[in-house]
Design a protein around this ligand. Structure first.
Ligand SMILES: *[C@@H]1O[C@H](CO)[C@@H](O)[C@H](O)[C@H]1NC(C)=O
Ligand SMILES: *[C@@H]1O[C@H](CO)[C@@H](O)[C@H](O)[C@H]1NC(C)=O
Ligand SMILES: *[C@@H]1O[C@H](CO)[C@@H](O)[C@H](O)[C@H]1NC(C)=O
Ligand SMILES: *[C@@H]1O[C@H](CO)[C@@H](O)[C@H](O)[C@H]1NC(C)=O
Ligand SMILES: *[C@@H]1O[C@H](CO)[C@@H](O)[C@H](O)[C@H]1NC(C)=O
Ligand SMILES: *[C@@H]1O[C@H](CO)[C@@H](O)[C@H](O)[C@H]1NC(C)=O
Ligand SMILES: [Zn+2]
Length: 530
């Protein structure tokens, strides 16, 4: 066990007292009881570990404590650093290697085109024939596959379409260009604190990345392969199931800059486009195919998502469509959500007429609202977290502001509605810098319902779920978070998924088998973990 300053001091005190007076201090029992109580309250604190799990826990905690001691000495602790700078250090961590091996259950908060590392997009997709690109007035890149070349009439006001293959042929240094493409698809750079001075800047870049990627991934053959490769990446990171927020609707060309540039229709080379049903059906088929090829993977479900910048009439249409799709694709269609920067969009309350449609029709459309992804306490956006609960949300995306809302905390606790904590996303998007100070820390310490997810790992330069688990385990959970914390988070991810009771049971069995093996390997010595 790592001795913190305080425990070291009390151990010393005990030694002195014990040797000279043979007397316990009157407060010792009380103090022990308090510590035990706090330990029990912490997420997973009540779990009883098996003998093997206890052994595994000792191994894990020895490594964790060693890494934290080292971090204190060097004054360099990855969770308190920006992820872009911490990533290399995290990859050197033995705890991280263990977390990669750990079966993590489900990833419940992910977005359609942020799940796959971007290398493949650059190295494979942009090298396919008939790939064109243009620059928007703001300097964003946009792509389109087309044969014949796309028409020059450009409602989006992009520059002339340029054939990528031709463009590459006349470049001096293609590697340099390809690197610039990689940069367009993620937020990663060397000096994030300086380059991304505030939330407006980072969100503009964040949406640019999605605009750049959207033209590539909406090309039908790429659409399918992107999703399958995304599943593969999570599968390899020991995730058993995922839920994906997907923008299936052709976004109307409103005033929103983002909407007018983001392609959301899947298309073919000849310009033919597909509707939402096709996209959902494709997701379903690809997920089923993948699960069939990988019996230890359960699959994926889709949360139909629209952009919160859209007005109430548009959202009403979307909700209607979502209801229709839920009837037609009960197996894949989990529910509905609103995405995009919360501070800049409509509040849930402004959209209530649309969001109340299912309830007034007696229709069950589960909600998975992003809410409380803001630092502006007291705004109507900040109140989204209460409105989400009023609207019977099934889970709360981020719930970053939960700690500021005692009633939200109360209802979420009593109704067992979890928050989906995405540590790296919150840090990169400027809500918190040192992850030890993430508001989920206080919620973890009381065992509040929560799951850990990764939001858009590819855009943040992360991969799968393990990096976020590392931040949650090492940073947010504090020094004492142990195997119980990890086990509870994995169990929670299955419990709070949108799967049916039966499917949850199957998922739990698949997970349990992997967990037992993981625990055995860890208990038997770290060699097996390498
Ligand atoms: C892209 O990858 C596919 C396999 O998924 C391969 O068949 C194809 O040749 C690759 N294309 C390029 C341009 O590298
Ligand atoms: C394109 O540019 C024209 C002229 O600057 C402008 O009137 C129009 O609104 C722009 N269209 C879009 C979709 O931004
Ligand atoms: C091309 O650019 C890359 C990356 O900037 C660099 O490493 C490489 O040396 C350059 N190659 C040439 C031939 O200049
Ligand atoms: C995106 O790529 C273009 C073309 O190479 C480049 O000019 C631009 O700097 C890149 N943008 C970013 C944010 O890296
Ligand atoms: C939320 O659930 C409660 C209790 O089941 C119900 O009375 C209420 O009408 C629901 N509200 C909405 C908006 O679905
Ligand atoms: C929170 O919920 C509990 C029920 O578990 C209730 O007794 C308590 O009064 C609530 N707290 C507040 C502030 O309403
Ligand atoms: Zn999100």
């Amino acid at each position: 066990m790592l001795l913190t300053g305080q425990t070291k001091w009390s151990a010393l005190l005990l030694a002195i007292v014990g040797s000279s007076l043979c007397l316990a201090l009157p407060l010792d029992d009380d103090r022990r009881a308090l510590l035990r109580k706090e330990k029990m309250l912490h997420i997973g604190g009540e779990l009883l570990l098996t003998e093997q799990e206890e052994l595994a826990n000792e191994k894990l905690m020895a490594l964790k404590n060693a890494e934290i001691s080292q971090a204190m000495k060097k004054n360099q602790f990855p969770p308190s650093m920006h992820f872009f700078q911490a990533k290399k250090l995290i990859e050197e961590s033995k705890v991280f290697q263990i977390l990669k091996k750990m079966p993590k259950g489900a990833a419940l908060h992910l977005h359609d085109f942020g799940i796959l590392s971007v290398d493949w997009l650059v190295k494979n997709v942009t090298y396919r024939p008939h790939c064109h690109f243009c620059f928007t007035p703001r300097g964003d890149l946009k792509f389109k596959f087309a044969d014949p070349a796309p028409p020059t009439a450009k409602p989006e006001n992009c520059s002339e379409w340029i054939l990528l293959a031709k463009y590459r042929r006349q470049l001096q240094n293609v590697t340099e260009f390809d690197n610039s493409l990689l940069q367009n698809f993620t937020l990663v750079l060397e000096n994030p604190e300086i380059a991304y001075s505030d939330q407006a800047v980072i969100w503009a870049r964040f949406e640019s990345a999605f605009i750049a990627v959207s033209g590539l991934v909406h090309y039908a053959p790429v659409f399918k392969e992107y999703f399958t490769r995304g599943l593969e990446e999570f599968y390899e990171d020991n995730v058993q199931y995922l839920e994906l927020r997907a923008m299936l609707n052709p976004i109307h060309l409103g005033s929103c800059f983002f909407s007018s540039l983001y392609d959301s229709e899947v298309y073919e080379l000849n310009g033919q486009t597909y509707d939402q049903e096709w996209s959902l059906k494709t997701y379903q088929e690809e997920a089923q195919k993948f699960a069939k090829d990988h019996p230890d993977f359960i699959g994926a479900r889709i949360i139909y998502s629209d952009h919160r910048i859209n007005d109430v009439d548009h959202i009403a249409d979307s909700v209607q469509t979502a209801m229709k799709l839920r009837v037609k694709f009960p197996e894949s269609m989990a529910g509905f959500d609103l995405v995009g920067q919360e501070d800049k969009g409509h509040s849930l309350w402004q959209l209530k007429e649309a969001l109340l449609l299912p309830a007034t029709q007696g229709f069950d459309l589960p909600y998975f609202f992003h809410a409380g992804e803001t630092n502006w306490q007291g705004t109507s956006i900040d109140e989204n977290i209460l409105d989400a609960l009023l609207l019977n949300t099934t889970r709360i995306g981020h719930g970053f502001a939960m700690g500021k809302h005692p009633m939200a905390r109360n209802i979420s606790w009593n109704r067992d509605i979890p928050i989906e904590v995405c540590p790296i996303s919150n840090q990169v998007l400027h809500l918190v810098s040192d992850l030890r100070n993430h508001p989920a820390a206080s919620l973890m310490s009381t065992g509040h319902p929560m799951v850990v997810s990764s939001d858009d790992p590819a855009v943040f330069g992360a991969k799968g779920l393990s990096y976020d688990f590392y931040e949650a385990f090492m940073g947010i959970g504090g020094i004492k978070a142990d195997l119980r914390t990890l086990k509870q988070l994995a169990l929670n991810s299955i419990k709070y998924s949108s799967l049916t009771v039966e499917k949850k049971k199957i998922t739990k069995e698949v997970w349990q088998k992997k967990w037992d093996k993981f625990v055995n390997d860890l208990a038997r010595g770290n060699e097996a973990m390498k």
